[in-house]
Write a protein that binds this ligand. Structure first.
Ligand code: SF4
Length: 203
């Protein structure tokens, strides 16, 4: 969710702001990818479909506005160091829900390919990082909107992202879709693989 959540790529890591395992999100542990490939593919399809539901868009926009308001109040400084997007180099990662990934991708003209995601994992950064800048700034996930390495971002951002996660989880329940919370690139890789499967199947 937030740079939503940057914690180590260990499913048991929680969102904390310590330097060794900082997280752009909340303290919830990942549900992980305990599903079979078929189940996961079905969940991804359900998240993609749900991302077109106006209720999802309404909640995401509402949370984006909340982030803007919190930034206005707390004024954390961003030096555009790229620290928040170079995960391994700075000892953190980003975790979010499958529905948030589907929502983010639904706002983009195209998704990263499996090989692009793999390359970003190898490089330890985000596949959308381009020349030190976010290549999807307008559509970046909630986590990216709430995480700041500036100390002024500490404290309030955890409370905000915990609140967001509760509301996003409730929406999963209302829409009767599976809830999964996992690392950004792992989810992106799963989405890319599913898209590839569909395109191969359509030939
Ligand atoms: S989506 Fe953009 S802001 Fe978020 S981690 Fe990737 S490059 Fe950084």
């Amino acid at each position: 969710m937030v740079k939503g959540a940057r914690a180590n790529d260990d499913a048991s890591v929680s969102n904390s702001e310590n330097k060794n395992a900082s997280s752009h999100s909340h303290s919830e542990k990942s549900a992980g990818f305990g599903n079979s490939a078929v189940e996961l593919s079905q969940h991804i399809q359900a998240w993609r479909t749900a991302a077109r539901n106006p209720r999802v868009g309404a909640l995401m926009r509402e949370l984006e506005l909340e982030a803007q308001e919190q930034l206005r109040v707390h004024r954390p400084v961003c030096l555009a160091s790229g620290k928040c997007c170079n995960f391994e180099q700075h000892g953190h990662s980003m975790w979010l829900t499958g529905l948030e990934v589907a929502w983010t991708l639904s706002q983009l003209p195209s998704a990263p390919t499996s090989s692009e995601v793999t390359a970003s994992v190898r490089q330890g950064n985000c596949p959308f990082l381009a020349q030190g800048m976010c290549g999807i700034h307008q559509a970046r996930p909630l986590g990216c909107r709430a995480y700041f390495c500036d100390q002024a971002g500490h404290g309030w951002q955890e409370a905000m992202t915990e609140s967001w996660l509760g509301r996003i989880r409730s929406l999963h329940t209302d829409l009767e879709i599976a809830y999964r919370y996992d690392e950004w690139r792992r989810l992106l890789g799963a989405f890319s693989a599913q898209e590839q499967e569909i395109s191969v199947g359509a030939r």
